[in-house]
Design a protein around this ligand. Structure first.
Ligand code: ACM
Length: 555
């Protein structure tokens, strides 16, 4: 009999675990599977993933079989809540408040079965498998438990995205925010504007390291998702109860689009036909022109995105209705210098360039609302007045999120100094291409998404939280793994579990549970940062990051 993992090692930590010590419930070739109507996604996942890993065929069987896994919907539970009961002589029963709740229960079952359950084929075909005889009652703290992948700065091929969907599911995260466009690349096929990917999806060379680095990677970099790639990603995520929220960043971060279609830029200020997809990092002055042509062009882009990212892809949360329009870091110099932009400000009776950006965002807020969708943008969309239906990703600290929640807008908390996983995770010379301040596993574990400034009513507007992965210095999936793990495990516990106030959190206990979790990550093939520091090939000696001076801001 294999030694079962204790359920107390489940990450993110469940609300409550109860059961007699020492007793187990076997899962073997005779274990059957009974799935109530509506639980098909978990039924399929159990056979395809857990069954494949452990060599368990899990054939269909009757509801009352004694050696069975049973899946039920239970409307007395909250939508994403589940109750898992492993009872000797009765098998394993998972009840979920919705199909998503059943699925999260299955993720707990996988962790209870030990690290071999995270492989793709059996490594010990004759091994017996069992879970502790326990009852797990669990529900998420936050509805929005997100991960943003910047696939624009460095392209992540489709297989890598699907792999991250699986890694998210294993951590009970449910929103994948895909940052699809930026100055350095346009990553989604738009049928009516083919040059966006023909021209915009690759660059001739890339700055290696942060902006101040003298090094160049002198080879082309690029790639994009076809329409079918996107459909596949969205469907694969939906099968795992994960919403994919696409981001097309406007009106800043748009040089790749302008390189493809120079008329989108401020042609009365610079020769936009000379622009190429950007090969460097930083905040780029070449922003979209606030013209009718630009609005019509992006309406066409969003029209295609609405078809590729259907609002009802994941029903339990409603988050598939969101479309992210970026809105961050749009320098206003070109608008100040542009007679066309100035004429528009005058014609609209606006006070300044900030209000011009608010008008631009407001246009797409109305446009998306009219199509039953919801706009979300970075907290700069507060400047010049927030559009009525907009939600805010609060990244420049908590202030934007606080202002938005107080004004009655929904908020996703993703403050840069806490949950930007591109930031270095340890001090010292060994961290590859160090960015920002040191943010350790413990720092992330003590991150609190809801600021104390909000009263209970305002705090209800905090939909949840999201970790952001900007990839300027992450050239491939191995670098992404290194930055994301193990910190995403701590983040997942913050997003899911009912943790006490930051100072009272049991980080030592979390670290102990991580011992089991590192074995799961090993079985999954995740190239995490080991607690002892990077492996030799995880270092990037001599490549300059973005060093910072002085003490880190506390909040
Ligand atoms: C951002 O980090 N510019 C949203």
């Amino acid at each position: 009999m294999a030694t079962p993992e204790g359920t107390t090692d489940v990450i993110p930590a469940p609300r409550a675990v109860d059961g007699p010590p020492g007793r187990t419930v076997p899962l073997d070739r005779g274990t059957t599977l009974w799935a109530a109507p509506g639980t098909g996604s978990t039924e399929r996942w159990l056979r395809a993933t857990l069954g494949a890993a452990l060599g368990l065929p899990l054939p269909a069987g009757p509801e009352d079989a004694r050696n069975a896994v049973r899946l039920h919907l239970d409307d007395t539970l909250e939508p994403e809540a589940y109750r898992l009961a492993a009872v000797p002589g009765r098998g394993v029963e998972i009840r979920g408040g919705s199909p998503a709740g059943v699925f999260w229960g299955a993720q707990t079952l996988r962790q209870m079965l030990g690290p071999d359950a995270f492989r793709r084929a059996p490594v010990r075909p004759d091994a017996a498998h069992a879970v502790p005889a326990q009852v797990v009652e669990d529900a998420p703290r936050f509805r929005w438990r997100g991960l943003m992948l910047d696939v624009a700065r460095h392209f992540m091929p489709k297989d890598g995205v699907l792999r991250y969907v699986d890694l998210m599911a294993a951590h009970k995260l449910n929103v994948l925010h895909l940052h699809l466009t930026d100055d350095q690349g346009w990553r989604v096929e738009i049928e009516r504007h083919p040059r966006l990917t023909e021209v915009g999806s690759w660059r001739a060379r890339t700055k290696f390291g942060h902006r101040a680095s003298p090094l160049w990677e002198d080879k082309p970099h690029g790639g994009h998702y076809t329409r079918d790639d996107i459909r596949e990603i969205v469907a694969y995520a939906a099968e795992r109860h994960i919403s994919v929220v696409p981001e097309v960043d406007v009106p800043g971060h748009s040089q790749a689009a302008i390189a493809a279609y120079p008329e989108l830029g401020n042609t009365d200020v610079i020769d936009t036909s000379a622009l190429t997809v950007w090969d460097n990092w930083g905040i780029n002055p070449n922003v979209l022109a606030p013209t009718d042509n630009t609005l019509r062009f992006y309406e066409g882009v969003f029209e295609e995105l609405l078809e590729l990212f259907p609002a009802d892809a994941v029903e339990s949360t409603g988050f598939s209705a969101f479309v992210h329009i970026g809105g961050d870091e749009c320098p206003k110099e070109q608008w100040r210098a542009s007679p066309t932009a100035q004429a528009r400000i005058k014609e609209l009776g606006l006070a300044d360039e900030d209000e011009l950006q608010a008008w631009f965002v407001g246009h797409f807020d109305r446009w998306l609302s009219a199509r039953g969708r919801r706009l979300i943008g970075w907290d700069e969309i507060l400047e010049g007045g927030l559009a009525p239906g907009a939600a805010v990703s609060s990244w420049r600290g908590y202030a934007g999120g606080i202002a938005a929640a107080r004004a009655g807008h929904d908020v996703v908390m993703c403050p840069e100094q806490q949950v930007y996983l591109d930031h270095r995770q340890a001090p010292g010379e060994d961290e590859p291409v160090p960015i920002g301040y040191v943010r350790t596993l413990e720092d992330v574990y003590r991150f609190e998404p809801v600021p104390p400034e909000l009263d209970a009513e305002q705090a209800r507007h905090v939909l949840g939280t999201q970790a952001n992965v900007w990839t300027e210095v992450m050239e491939d999936s191995a670098r992404v793994d290194y930055q994301v793990f193990p910190r995403l495990a701590a983040f997942a516990e913050v997003a899911w579990s009912a943790l006490p106030a930051p100072a009272e959190r049991d980080f030592a206990g979390f670290e102990r549970r991580m011992t089991a979790h590192y074995r799961r990550l090993d079985a999954l093939g995740v190239g995490y940062r080991p607690p002892t520091g990077p492996r030799p090939w995880q270092r990037r000696p001599g490549v300059l990051g973005r060093p910072v001076e002085g003490p880190p801001p506390s909040r």
